[in-house]
Design a protein around this ligand. Structure first.
Ligand SMILES: Cc1cc2nc3c(=O)[nH]c(=O)nc-3n(C[C@H](O)[C@H](O)[C@H](O)COP(=O)(O)OP(=O)(O)OC[C@H]3O[C@@H](n4cnc5c(N)ncnc54)[C@H](O)[C@@H]3O)c2cc1C
Length: 419
């Protein structure tokens, strides 16, 4: 989880500030004016982490003529508003295994990409307040251990050994995996973007896609405010806005936006190593490199909206929950609060692969609250497949067709979609 406010109008300032500190190199060459090319092999719509991860891997696997089209600035969507949590504690084997690989890619990111993303493996500590939650954690841990993830069950005292500041009242157990972690989201995007452009990808920012039509000779016309691109293949990486793009060619995607709020405090002396999350309330918090406590909480029935505005309800709920869990934080000041859209899918899992009627229109959406952590591995697997390599089972399993019967029940639901 990072401790910075989301970029609003001044993300360029953040970039140059970071650059002056010597820790982040210059942002990539983005084309924010001038015409788009007349044709491309692949057009990726959406300059969030998913679109950029796919673009980066496609370019490193030798695919030429890849174009990314972003309507605003990089990380304008959920990717610039998230907590940066990266965990392997999941309830389904496929997600555990994907995340094991993603964690490896995060560990290598600085070396492979040349950007420090401050990836810190301080673990994730999930707290249970009922026997039912303990049973749920135990079931997940058994599966995680079978996959080689070293999560372990702790009694309340064991949890307190890891975070002594926790008030144990009502806590009955916890799960802890020491290799889960937190990273800083923005340089992650810049890193992918810079390396992708270095490998020939062209990234057009401030370029909304306003139309999409199937070409009679194959492929699509991607209509933007700066010209039309004839694309052989299109990847929809528009996050919570993916249904709008898909609808342009008559494809209905059953995801919807859920506003998710988050905030950060004044900086404190470092004391909190893991991400701490409480199952019952969906509270999560971690400490950033700068010392801020960054966290959020589930607001039941939170509006399905793209609104990025903040609510007092969130602040009050979060503050009450946080102080109950860690009374030591009773006096801290919250400095920033912001929101972004989760791209909620009906079964908590992403929607990948092309649609039946549109074999050259690929989906990469529906990542709910875990698209950041999954982007490295999903980007890599997508690129392997699209460059003629192995087609991973996620592209058979996480199709749009699975919702044809209205439920998506062909595969286990991912119900550990918190924190
Ligand atoms: C508050 C919050 C906390 C979160 N915490 C975590 C976390 O700890 N860990 C984690 O893994 N995930 C987390 N997530 C989820 C994560 O941020 C997302 O799953 C992920 O960023 C999705 O990336 P994306 O590239 O698919 O979508 P986005 O980042 O939303 O990118 C989509 C892009 O498409 C662009 N776009 C849309 N329509 C068009 C168009 N017509 N033309 C051109 N461009 C278009 C948008 O401008 C946007 O930039 C969190 C999300 C939120 C909101």
């Amino acid at each position: 989880m990072n401790g910075a406010a989301p970029p609003e109008e001044d993300d360029e300032d953040d970039a140059s500030r970071a650059d002056r500190s010597g820790e982040i190199k210059l942002p990539p060459t983005l084309e924010s004016s001038g015409p788009v090319p007349e044709k491309a092999e692949i057009v990726i719509v959406g300059g969030g982490v998913m679109g950029l991860a796919i673009a980066y891997y496609l370019s490193t696997m030798g695919l030429e003529d890849v174009v990314v089209v972003e309507r605003g600035y990089l990380a304008e969507g959920a990717s610039g508003r998230n907590g940066g949590g990266v965990r392997q504690q999941w309830a389904t084997e496929i997600n555990i295994r994907l995340m094991q690989q993603s964690v490896e890619l995060c560990q290598r990111f600085a070396v492979d990409i040349g950007v420090n993303v401050w990836f810190r493996q301080g673990g994730y500590l999930f707290l249970a307040r009922s026997a039912k939650e303990v049973a749920r954690l135990e079931k997940n841990i058994a599966l995680q251990n079978r996959c080689g993830v070293a999560t372990r069950m702790l009694d309340p005292q064991g949890a307190k050994q890891i975070v002594p500041e926790i008030d144990l009242t009502g806590i009955v157990g916890a799960s802890y995996n020491p290799t889960d972690g937190i990273l800083f989201p923005w340089p992650f995007l810049w890193g992918y973007a810079r390396q992708a452009t270095a490998h020939g990808v062209r990234i057009f920012t401030q370029t909304p896609v306003t139309g999409l039509t199937k070409r009679s000779q194959g492929g699509y016309d991607v209509v933007t405010e700066r010209g039309t691109i004839a694309a052989r293949r299109v990847i929809n990486a528009c996050g919570a806005w993916s249904p709008t793009l898909a609808k342009m060619i008559g494809v209905e995607i059953p995801t919807f936006p859920i506003r998710h709020e988050i905030c950060s405090s004044e900086p404190l002396k470092p004391f909190l190593k893991p991400m701490v999350s409480e199952l019952a309330s969906g509270l999560y918090c971690s400490q950033s490199m700068r010392g801020e406590i960054v966290g959020g909480v589930t607001i039941p029935g939170h509006a399905s909206t793209y609104a990025k505005t903040s609510t007092l309800e969130f602040l009050a709920t979060y503050s009450r929950r946080l102080v109950k869990l860690m009374p030591i934080l009773g006096d801290i000041k919250i400095l920033r609060q912001w929101a972004g859209p989760y791209d909620q899918s009906p079964d908590g899992n992403p929607i990948l692969a092309p649609t039946r009627e549109h074999p050259d229109f690929f989906l990469a959406c529906g990542f709910v609250g875990h698209g950041f952590m999954m982007a490295p591995i999903v980007g890599k697997l997508y690129a392997e497949w699209l460059t003629g390599g192995t087609k991973h089972e996620i592209f058979e399993r996480y199709t749009l067709d699975r919702f044809d019967d209205g439920s998506g029940s062909a595969h286990p639901k991912e119900d550990f979609n918190i924190g």
